[in-house]
Unconditional design. Structure first.
Length: 470
């Protein structure tokens, strides 16, 4: 066994909880289950209770998904999404964070914000504000969007920009927010000098001048430096363009590979691209979407799984798949093999079920059944020991760092993980028994510090700004 494989057998496994400010996130139909409480998403106590459960389970972060459109590709209508509550109705994920931060001390918060529809200047302030209020526990899941309905709703455009154009916009957007977060205010700018009546030293605050292809700005950042300055950067695109973007910018990558074969390919490619950009391949934490149904015994877990399956909505699953892939699955026969079609939605979504693993041919029916509980990722069912075995196998075989854990029934799924699976992993020495001190970045990357360092481009933005001011 080589050194890399040996290291994987002892690596501490990381957990994010995967949720969304809506009724149906990744398991369409399960909101009807009598023990599910997802329809309480409009109550603040739902979120504060969830945060306390996750902190009890030593989860690294709550990863909050979001979209700004509706799933209207399936059948060319919003009817199925509305009927099935398929990620609609949907509220703003950022509004829940402050309340959850108050009732926790360590849990991180990764929030999805679509840069295609967020002005960089005001967005940078919102994230700095949350970084202050959480004492450095905020992360940003950088996405470019994939729904034409979002473009129609936000800007009135008939469609979103092309896939590759969205990543060109994203590169410039990142350069601009790095300038705001890292380069506008020096560390010593805020004096709070009551005796002299000087709160901020103007000489240490610098205007950000940016004139690019997509954005123009002449302003100072409105917020003083927050604990992390730049939030922890998550990225959720695993298309070719998405992987290259992740290799340049991401600290944490979220992917949704349905098999080890697909996951191993994606992980190796992302780490290889990071090295090509001069970054340490291990400086990126990679999480795969996974759903775990855990019982006190194997039989209890399998009974839960059978019980949950009775509530799955295949129409809701296909509405999600149609939105993710841009393919109207209402026009397919259920037993027709899924073919690769390149379009302007999520390239990696359809790749995961087609070209990424040529040994497996999925029918539309099989995809609907798979997506029906937990979305794209694998489903692990068993006792705590069995699920722990599977997770250790995934880490060893694919070089993942951890899992974004979707729920089937909430909060039941997360309670079972916190109370059954986590203690088993702790007994094996594969999961933390306490949180490290410091910010989210310091917890995820021990020894790195609260702020991004070179060769990450955010650190370069800080250096260039200070050199220009001298």
């Amino acid at each position: 066994m080589n050194q890399s494989a040996t290291e994987r057998m002892t690596r501490e496994i990381l957990f994010n909880a995967f949720d969304m400010n809506c009724v149906v996130h990744q398991s369409p139909g399960l909101w009807r289950h009598p023990r599910d409480r997802a329809d309480r998403y409009v109550d603040l106590s739902y979120w504060t209770d969830l945060a306390k459960t996750l902190e009890r389970g030593k989860f690294d972060a709550l990863f909050m998904a979001d979209v700004l459109g509706v799933y209207d590709v399936y059948g060319g209508s919003t009817d199925t999404a509305l009927r099935e509550a398929t990620q609609v109705p949907l509220n703003d994920p950022l509004m829940t964070v402050s309340a959850m931060a108050v009732v926790t001390d360590h849990l991180g918060f990764g929030v999805t914000c679509t840069l295609s529809y967020e002005p960089p200047f005001t967005f940078a302030r919102r994230l700095s504000t949350l970084d202050h209020l959480t004492k450095g526990r905020i992360g940003w899941n950088v996405v470019t969007g994939y729904l034409d309905s979002a473009a129609r709703g936000v800007s009135g455009a008939s469609a979103q920009p092309k896939h590759d154009t969205r990543y060109q916009i994203a590169e410039e957007y990142m350069a601009l927010v790095y300038k705001l977060w890292e380069g506008s205010w020096e560390d010593g700018a805020v004096l709070r000098d009551r005796a002299r009546g000087i709160f901020t030293d103007p000489a240490r605050v610098h205007r950000v001048l940016h004139e690019g292809e997509f954005f123009k700005l002449d302003a100072i950042h409105l917020s003083e430096p927050s604990p992390q300055r730049t939030p922890v950067l998550f990225q959720a695109g695993t298309s070719g363009k998405g992987r290259d973007f992740a290799a340049r910018h991401a600290e944490c990558v979220f992917m949704a590979a349905p098999s080890k074969t697909v996951a191993k390919t994606y992980v190796a490619d992302i780490r290889g691209r990071a090295a090509a950009h001069g970054r340490d391949p291990r400086s990126i934490r990679i999480f795969n979407l996974t759903t775990a149904i855990v019982g006190r015994t194997e039989q209890e877990a399998r009974d839960k799984h059978q019980e949950y399956r009775r509530y799955v909505s295949h129409a809701g699953a296909l509405a999600l798949m149609s939105g993710w892939t841009g393919i109207d699955f209402s026009a397919y026969d259920l037993d027709e093999p899924l073919r690769y079609i390149r379009n302007e939605a999520v390239h990696s979504a359809v790749e995961s079920f087609t070209t990424a693993d040529p040994r497996r041919v999925w029918t539309v029916r099989e995809v609907a059944a798979h997506v029906g509980i937990g979305g794209f990722g694998p489903l692990l069912v068993g006792s705590a020991a069995e699920v722990a075995d599977e997770m250790e196998s995934w880490i060893a075989d694919t070089d993942l760092d951890g899992f974004n854990l979707a729920y089937v029934v909430t909060p039941e799924t997360f309670v079972d993980i916190a109370d059954l699976l986590v203690p088993e992993l702790q007994r094996r020495g594969r999961y933390k028994t306490g949180y490290a001190a410091g910010t989210l970045r310091e917890k995820l990357f021990p020894g790195q510090g609260a702020r991004l360092a070179g060769p990450h481009p955010a650190a370069a933005a800080r250096r260039i700004s200070l050199e220009a001011a001298e």
